[in-house]
Design a protein around this ligand. Structure first.
Ligand SMILES: C[S@@+](CC[C@H](N)C(=O)[O-])C[C@H]1O[C@@H](n2cnc3c(N)ncnc32)[C@H](O)[C@@H]1O
Length: 259
């Protein structure tokens, strides 16, 4: 196993543990390094998870979906979804943003959730069933190789997952492939200030805890532009550690021209 494969396996195992724990009302984030968003764990950081959703949204969701929320923002609040659209959520976890998106796009639209962790997919499918949502489809796979055809998605959302990827440029390239011309990205993620070198980011938190793998603002913008995106923006919303922030990332695939 290469070190990259080992890191991905560490991420998968940690989030499998979190899914099983969330399912039984416990906390799977307590072992060394935690995981991204520990609000289900008493006394943990409220910069992550369910508190980032308003009461109305939480009311639309099964309790298990709310409890399993491990995000660092609320991408459904920034993505401006419309009836009939096709949405893809990268790293959909317990399904919170897929369920909210499926409701927003309605029966003529579809919300895909993509995740590599079987335990999370099982939890998400149960949560979607409990929420009575019929237009949510959960796919097993990695965000570096999205199992959807080119030009098939209107909006890509994601909540605290890109920082966990071991090949972020592959993720950005995949987004450019699956989005239709004019398609857009509304991602919540953890992003570092440009002044922090990778080693300084790692001093502030673990990789599985969504800190050490964070890109800086400049790296995020450069990666998205290299994949062909325009109107790229990275906006900090709340600081989670010194120089490390929850952020909203937006971009658009150009309407015309080569990919
Ligand atoms: C921090 S949790 C966030 C879950 C969800 N977005 C939320 O807001 O609750 C990260 C999720 O991304 C998944 N994940 C991490 N890296 C991935 C990858 N490379 N490909 C697919 N899924 C991945 C994990 O299995 C986990 O469910």
């Amino acid at each position: 196993m290469t070190s990259t494969e080992a890191l991905r396996e560490e991420v998968r195992a940690r989030y499998a543990e979190a899914a099983v724990a969330a399912d039984t009302g416990g906390c799977g984030c307590t072992s060394d390094g935690g995981c991204c968003g520990n609000v289900a764990c008493e006394g943990e950081d409220a910069s992550f998870g369910e508190t980032l959703y308003d009461a109305e949204q939480r009311g639309e969701l099964p309790e298990a979906a709310v409890l399993a929320s491990l995000g660092c923002g609320n991408p459904t609040a920034v993505a401006d979804l419309h009836e009939g659209e096709t949405v893809l959520d990268l790293g959909s976890g317990g399904g919170i943003d897929v369920i909210l998106s499926a409701k927003r796009v309605g029966p003529t639209g579809v919300a895909y959730g993509l995740d590599m962790t079987e335990e999370m997919l099982a939890l998400a499918r149960r949560n979607a069933d409990e929420a009575g949502v019929r237009n949510a489809v959960f796919l097993r796979g990695v965000i570096e190789e999205v199992p959807l055809p080119a030009d098939s998605v209107d909006v890509v959302i994601s909540n605290c997952v890109v920082n966990l990827s071991t090949d972020k440029q592959a993720v950005f390239n995949e987004l450019a492939r699956v989005l239709r011309p004019g398609g857009r990205i509304g991602i919540s993620d953890i992003v570092a200030e440009d002044r922090l070198a990778p080693a300084e980011r790692a001093e502030r938190g673990s990789y599985v805890g969504c800190i050490a793998g964070a890109l800086s603002t400049g790296e995020y913008e450069t990666g998205l532009r290299a994949a062909g995106f325009e109107h790229v923006s990275v906006e900090f919303t709340h600081e989670v550690a010194d120089g490390i922030h929850g952020a909203i990332v937006k971009a658009r695939r150009p309407l015309g021209g080569p990919r």
